[in-house]
Write a protein that binds this ligand. Sequence first.
Ligand code: PRP
Ligand code: URA
Length: 210
Amino acid sequence: MNENVHVLNHPLLQHKLTILRNENTSTKDFRELVSEIAMLMTYEATRDLPLEEVTVKTPVDTGTFQTLSGKKMAIVPILRAGLGMVDGVLKMIPAARVGHIGLYRDPATLKPVKYYCKMPADIASRDVLIVDPMLATGGSASAAITFMKEYGCKHIKLMDVLAAPEGIERIQQEHPDVEIYVAAVDSHLNDHGYIVPGLGDAGDRIFGTK
Ligand code: PRP
Ligand code: URA
């Protein structure tokens, strides 16, 4: 793994991720935890946001302080499971716009199939944070990054809760310019392309469809 891969090994993240992994965790708890994890991960994924100085008069004195310099951002969830992370990210970056990419992984070929795409009009000028709980083969994330580059986006980050080494390697090879943020990297993929030990099908567990 190169320096573009950030494994956010924070105790709160690891604790919440362990509950997510448990097959007995309810849909309600799973959904809430994905949102909380996304919020905590956003803290790290935005560490390089530029700041500028402003003058503020406090009740005691006037001083010069730092404020965000107003960089325009877009959150791009990969439907459907990525939707589960949007609320958490927006709690940290409430002014961000949200673009949607609909992709599902064909269970036979494991290749991503695109079925929906809707972006803010000025997406090319925004910094993009693609969110999806799972980075397995990396096919879905790599396709999503390619779409965003076709829109003209120059600064793209990828944020996944859980990754397989295979997915990370693929993004590093196909998109070496993209920084990757994950809470953990698991052992490997099984024959069905599921992360082992993983947490199962994130979309089904967020939306209660299984
Ligand atoms: C899951 C997950 C990722 C993708 C990861 O979505 O949310 O988008 O699989 O796998 P990959 O790295 O091998 O492409 P899925 O296709 O199950 O669709 P869903 O979000 O609608 O459940
Ligand atoms: N998608 C999921 O939801 N889970 C996996 O383990 C792999 C892909």
